[in-house]
Design a binder for this molecule. Sequence first.
Ligand SMILES: [Zn+2]
Ligand SMILES: [Zn+2]
Length: 170
Amino acid sequence: MVDKEEHSFEGAKESTEYMISEDAKYVEYDDAEQRTVRMGTAWHHHCLSPECFMNDTGKEIILLETPQGNIYCRSTKELREELEGRAYLQAQGDFGPADHEALEMVKQFVQDGTPWHFHATPPKCILTKSNRFQLILENDAKREKKEWSFDAKPVALVRAIDDYFLGRVK
Ligand SMILES: [Zn+2]
Ligand SMILES: [Zn+2]
C-alpha cells in the first residue's frame, strides 16, 4: 500500500532511473522521524545530496525505504545524525575486512580534495534494484560512479569509508 501524492521540488532534474520525486512520497521532517521510531528496524535510509546521480529532486534529501512505502523529506543535520546513529546500532554479524579497492579510491579522493560521496545499499534497495549488497562511490567533480557487489553487508568497509566521509580520518 504505497499511497502516492504529487509533490516535487522546483528545478528537479530528470535523468535517473528511479525518480524519487515521482516514486517516493514527500513528507515533513517530523513525519519521517516518527515513522522510523514506530517501525523499529524495518527501514533503511539514504542521505542524497543534490549532486547525487540518484537524486532527481535538486535538493538535499533523506530517502527512507520502509515496508509501508518509500518516503523522502528535506535533509537536516539532526535527522541525518539520528538515523545514522540508529543504522549504526542495527549493524550486526561478521563485519568483514575493511581493505578494499573502494577504500583506496576514497583515500585518493580525500588526498586530492575531490568532492565525493557514497551509498551502501541492502538487497532490494530501490536505488540499485540489486539482490545483493552494493557499494556505490561517486566522484562529484567528474560525475562518475563506480559500484561493487557483496554477499554480506560490508560493515567494516562502510564504517571505514564513513570515517573519511565525516572527516574523522584525514
Ligand atoms: Zn549518490
Ligand atoms: Zn535503499
